[in-house]
Design a protein around this ligand. Structure first.
Ligand code: PLP
Length: 229
């Protein structure tokens, strides 16, 4: 239990250090604690240490935790691949979806957002490494997708999310993150009001913050190594 609190302090101090070097303010960075594969009690420990925002990748697993932790005031982000047959549950249980890469999925989430709930905050996941295996919309297809998603009534398009290919080369990581920031700036220049850049994980959050991330998604450095799902 103490380790989660200590780990959270460690991640926050990394965020502070990166902000200092970049001339940015730590309060401008949202920390999403990525809790996939970890039990509800670990999230409870993180909440007791001050963490309120959690990211999950597997719908059924997440819904169990959301129910188990309903007594806490938490914000839930869906960060995994969205399958069409899961959109109804995602729209009902989550506050954010960071991994939109197709209009059809966005349309379903908008249509299935329960009446009376505020619009679902969404990010478009962009593929900046260009690998065939990585998910995300290609930069060339981003503008039409963003325009269409921004028009959906029960979604609020907030920005972009990206997961570059893993690398030890932090200069390369930062260059990739900067290309995501430029994509967001080009969408803003098209008149879209975007305020969120979700990029940076345990291995590369400093490079992401240097490049302008406003949200980092950190799992391993908070909860420890994951076993395979
Ligand atoms: C698992 C996951 C993370 C967290 O990765 P760590 O390296 O454990 O910090 C962040 N983003 C997404 C989309 C993930 O699936």
């Amino acid at each position: 239990m103490d380790t989660i609190a200590d780990n959270l302090q460690g991640v926050k101090s990394r965020i502070r250090g990166a902000c200092e070097r970049a001339g940015r303010e730590p309060r401008d960075i949202v920390l999403v604690a990525v809790s996939k594969t970890f039990p509800a009690d670990d999230l409870r420990a993180a909440r007791a240490a001050g963490q309120r925002v959690f990211g999950e990748s597997y719908v059924q697993e997440a819904i169990g935790k959301i129910a188990a932790l309903a007594d806490l005031d938490l914000e839930w982000h869906f960060i995994g691949p969205v399958q069409s047959n899961k959109t109804r549950e995602i729209a009902a249980h989550f506050d954010w979806v960071q991994s939109i890469e197709r209009l059809k999925i966005a349309e379903r989430l908008s249509a299935q957002r329960p009446a009376g709930r505020r619009p679902l905050d969404v990010l478009l996941q962009v593929n900046i490494s260009g690998e065939a295996t990585k998910s995300g919309v290609a930069p060339a297809d981003l503008v039409p997708l963003a325009r269409a998603v921004a028009r959906l009534p029960n979604l609020r398009l907030r920005g972009l999310m990206a997961i570059p290919e893993p690398t030890e080369d932090m200069a390369l990581a930062q260059a990739r993150f900067e290309s995501v920031r430029r994509l967001k700036e080009s969408l803003c220049a098209e008149g879209l009001a975007l305020d969120t850049l979700s990029m940076g994980m345990t291995g590369d959050l400093e490079a992401a913050i240097a490049a302008g991330a406003t949200m980092v998604r950190v799992g391993t450095a908070i909860f420890g190594e994951r076993r395979k799902h």
